[in-house]
Write a new protein. Sequence first.
Length: 142
Amino acid sequence: MSKTIETVNWVLQEGGRTLSVRTHGRDRFYLPGGKIDAGETALNALKREIREELGVELKASSICEIGVFTGHGHHQPDGTIVRMTCFHAEYSGTLEPSREIAEMRWLGQDERHLMAPMGQKITAHLAGMENSHAEGQAIRPS
């Protein structure tokens, strides 16, 4: 029987790079965010996680869901599925990693291998969307 972990994640991209974080004791980078607590909405969880990890406030009126991605979580037991709901959002404040974050880094497409597999999957999907838009092709969510 498989277990599903529901997470919310923030996708912030600037200049072709994606904001990524690595927590202490982990070997890969992740999209900022985390698990949804019991009784918490996805949006409240997203705002809380980003405030806790990076010390910034997401602007509620700018939060936009960009997709839900499902796959095996990095360093999770066999049969554990991670369901990541990803959002774009503007923010206020200065990005400053908290104590739980060992490293914050802007990763380009050529550095995607430094991310956990789900982060690789999501950033590849988003890069494909950008390329399709540039070529004038229709986009269909996966």
